[in-house]
Design a protein around this ligand. Structure first.
Ligand SMILES: [Zn+2]
Length: 562
């Protein structure tokens, strides 16, 4: 039987150019070697399995090469290079600080450092997991690091940079290794599969790469494990997901379709099926959130490069992103992340996820109705112009309650939803330009918000409902306290009409505010006339005498009193 060499070792890069996903580091190192500007101490930081030790070994090999190439790479053929490749070089010393972290271990190392190399120019000391050294060991090592012999190069590697003492940091050239991109890992896996003669499905390798979380070593170990399990020497998508216990992405596509269809029954059943298969609710929600993220990224060609999925799956994401607006997916994402936050502390985790799925199924319809309302209420340019010049006909008793900074209005929402515009505050001497922004959520009820929305409401009542006049605007006095609007009318007929108008007021304001304004009405206690006006014309003329603004309003709205 042939000896099995793990792929992580067999396919370990032996030149800078073959290191995957760390070009910013390998380029710098090659340049330093070529120009003879090599530091004596390096700190390699980064997650496990991303190539820190590999780069350290390549560096050791390259600086001892007897026939260095013009591009800064080792020749790979000289006796020194050969000894590195066979792992029997005398010039490389590796110390794992996780298991050898005592003062004695460091003293041994210090002894070794004093002996010059017998072959080659440099001795390279690699100290892995250097943050595990004890305080005393650190101190013992510091002396050596301060005055190293000319031929000694130290490469310290750590997964936890924040645990390294500043005295060490300041003496090292620091390199931060990246997590390797999923596409880089899966390309490397393809190379290994081809060279091993292993059949593969690209999506299977991509799932391995994704699961490896940026570490090539982990990816290669999973690759080995799955190819060993596989009887026919094939790595297929279904084998990978069953071996790594990953939920088939097909589930997420189906669930998203059920959500968009508002199909509550199927959602609950499919979630039950997932739990039956032994998957964890928390992982499920995280996977679903990831799915929504990919759909959002797919919706914009500019962000397609962020889509770390197989080419065969891309059309599916595009298709799903075209089914509804980004607003829907944003809301779904935020529901999923709320579950993620509360999952650990929840007493009934299954119910938490189920409730979330039910809410999700409700999102598309809610967003659609909000968007329809907003579209209805958005003003045309000419309407905005008249809105700018409109005079406030209101008495606001407590000016200090006006919090202008909180003011947000939802007018001028374009379909894309990200429009910003400045509008002048109507009739205000100190008018400031206010930035409007899209609110996917309704705003809290505030006095200023209410005043603004009232102007829009009156426009809407005129243009959309075709009502001749808003009885609200016929109130002779108006003031606000908290969420209540106190209106004084000159007679009870007006109050009666106003009460009827409230259906429209509530309909309009419910799409703007989280809470509806309350109204308190009363009849003015000032005797305004001997004869109570009765017909509409009488009422109007009577009010017009008392409040000139009503006549203005009549003129502006082109109304007829009859
Ligand atoms: Zn060489």
């Amino acid at each position: 039987m042939q000896n099995f060499v793990v792929s992580a070792r067999k396919y370990r890069p032996s030149t800078f150019d073959t290191v995957v996903g760390q070009t910013h580091i390998t380029t710098t190192l090659k340049n330093a070697i070529r120009t003879n500007h090599l530091a004596q101490a390096f700190l390699f930081c980064g997650p496990r399995g991303v190539g820190k030790t590999t780069c350290a070994r390549i560096l050791a090999k390259t600086i001892n090469c007897e026939n260095l190439q013009g591009d800064g790479e080792a020749c790979g053929a000289c006796p020194s290079c050969q000894s590195y490749q066979n792992n029997n070089s005398f010039n490389i010393h590796e110390l794992d600080a996780a298991s050898n972290n005592s003062v004695d271990d460091i003293r041994n190392l210090n002894e070794q450092v004093r002996i010059p190399p017998q072959y080659g120019n440099y001795k390279v000391y690699i100290i892995d997991e250097v943050h595990m050294l004890s305080q005393a060991a650190f101190n013992a090592f510091l002396k050596t690091l301060e005055e190293p012999p000319r031929y000694a190069i130290f490469i310290l590697a750590t997964t936890e940079k924040h645990k390294i003492l500043p005295t060490i940091l300041s003496r090292c050239q620091i390199f931060d290794f990246n997590r390797i991109k999923i596409s880089d890992i899966s390309n490397q896996l393809i190379k290994v599969a081809l060279s091993e003669g292993i059949e593969y499905e690209e999506e299977g390798l991509r799932i391995i790469a994704q699961k490896a979380d940026g570490g090539m070593r982990d990816a290669l170990s999973m690759f080995d494990m799955i190819s060993t399990f596989s009887a026919d020497k094939k790595i297929s998508y279904s084998q990978v997901i069953s071996n790594l216990h990953i939920l088939d992405s097909d589930y997420y596509f189906r669930i998203t379709d059920f959500i968009l269809d508002g199909n509550v029954g199927s959602l609950l059943l499919i979630f039950d099926e997932i739990l039956q298969k032994g998957f964890d609710g928390h992982h499920f929600i995280l996977g679903l959130a990831d799915h929504f993220r990919n759909v959002l990224v797919a919706s914009d060609p500019a962000t397609h490069s962020l889509l770390e999925i197989g080419d065969d799956k891309k059309p599916l994401f595009l298709q799903q992103s075209s089914r509804t607006s980004n607003g829907v997916y944003l809301n779904l994402l935020s529901l999923a992340s709320a579950v993620d936050l509360n999952y650990k502390s929840s007493k009934n985790q299954r119910l938490l996820v189920e409730l979330c799925l039910l809410k999700m199924a409700n999102v598309p319809a809610t967003i659609a109705s909000i968007e329809a309302e907003k579209k209805k209420h958005s003003l045309t340019d000419s309407e905005k112009q008249s809105f700018k010049t409109a005079q406030p006909s209101l008495v606001v008793k407590d000016q200090s309650k006006l919090d202008r900074t909180q003011f947000k209005t939802t007018i001028n929402i374009k379909e894309t939803g990200k429009a910003q515009s400045n509008i002048q505050e109507a009739g205000d001497e100190n008018s400031k330009s206010l930035t409007t922004e899209l609110l996917t959520e309704k705003q809290d009820l505030s006095v200023v918000g209410l005043l603004k929305a009232k102007e829009q409401y009156i426009q809407w009542l005129k243009t959309e409902i075709k009502a001749p006049v808003s009885h609200w605007s016929l109130a002779i006095e108006e003031h606000f306290e908290n969420s209540t609007c106190y209106l004084t009318f000159s007679n009870d007929l007006l109050i009666e009409d106003f009460e009827k108008e409230k259906i429209y007021i509530n309909r309009f304001f419910s799409s703007y505010f989280t809470q509806l304004p309350q109204f308190e009405t009363r009849i003015s206690d000032q005797p305004v006339a001997e004869i109570k006006p009765y017909t509409n014309t009488e009422k109007f003329n009577f009010l017009g005498k008392k409040h000139a603004k009503i006549l203005l309003l009549k003129a502006r709205l082109g109304l007829e009193a009859n």
